[in-house]
Design a protein around this ligand. Structure first.
Ligand code: URA
Length: 231
């Protein structure tokens, strides 16, 4: 990506964080230098980098959510995945098991993946927040800002060919606060040169089954983008 485009994207992101009320963004994990420990995130194999990131997430105290977590929830699936799903935050089941999307919404997500002709273990699944907000409330802007560097690191390590963001919170956190899911779904967006397909969150689809037909349109678009030479 050109410097000017990256600059525009960063500026837009900073503006959307400001609009969300975020006043202070914690430092992202530092760029890698060989032999460094945590924070030297680009050194080593994909597996080593993910293991370092997982340790950092599991000991994170960047926002108060660490006080109420049972487990931090980093990811599930393949480090070699071409497709990354990004949800909102762990719920009760995920907090108890330490794995994303294992409750009712997760079961629907697994079915959606299988309907695409893929296996859950072949995709990479993660969330904007790594700790459960009490009572599954909507993540606060400061929590999103504190956790976002982990997601950016996951994207940098996995380098997926396509990202599918699930629901309003993930769409706004990744693409900008000005984007409403109802406006932006149906379009292919972009983050750091990676095509991003926003679709409805599986929990919303459980509450609104008629919206499943739109999610299926989005997933078929994702499938097209995953075809060799498409993205
Ligand atoms: N909802 C999410 O957004 N993420 C999960 O991991 C589970 C439910």
């Amino acid at each position: 990506m050109g410097t000017a485009r990256l600059g525009r994207q960063l500026r837009r992101h900073a503006e959307s964080l400001t609009a969300l009320g975020v006043t202070d963004v914690p430092r992202a994990p530092q760029p890698a230098r060989a032999g460094q420990g945590l924070g030297g995130a680009a050194a080593g194999s994909v597996e080593e980098r993910l293991a370092r990131l997982a340790r950092e997430v599991q000991t994170c105290r960047r926002c108060p959510l660490y006080r109420t977590r049972t487990h931090a929830v980093v990811s599930d699936g393949s480090p070699r995945a071409g497709l990354m799903f990004i949800g909102e935050a762990p719920g009760r089941d995920e907090d108890l098991q330490g794995k994303p999307f294992v409750g009712a919404a997760g079961q629907l997500l697994t079915k959606m993946v299988q309907a695409m002709g893929l296996r859950r273990e072949d995709v990479y699944i993660c969330n904007i927040l790594k700790d459960r907000p009490p009572g599954n409330r909507t993540p606060l802007p400061d929590e999103v800002a504190a956790c976002l560097p982990f997601l950016l690191e996951q994207i940098a390590i996995i380098r997926p060919r396509v990202i599918c963001v699930l629901g309003a919170v993930a769409t706004k956190a990744l693409l900008g606060d000005h984007l409403a899911i109802t406006k932006v779904r149906g379009q292919v967006c972009e983050f750091q040169g990676i095509p991003v397909v926003p679709t409805f969150h599986p929990a919303y689809l459980l509450r609104n089954p008629p919206a499943k037909k739109f999610a299926w349109i989005d997933l078929k678009r994702v499938k097209q983008l995953l075809e060799p030479g498409a993205a």
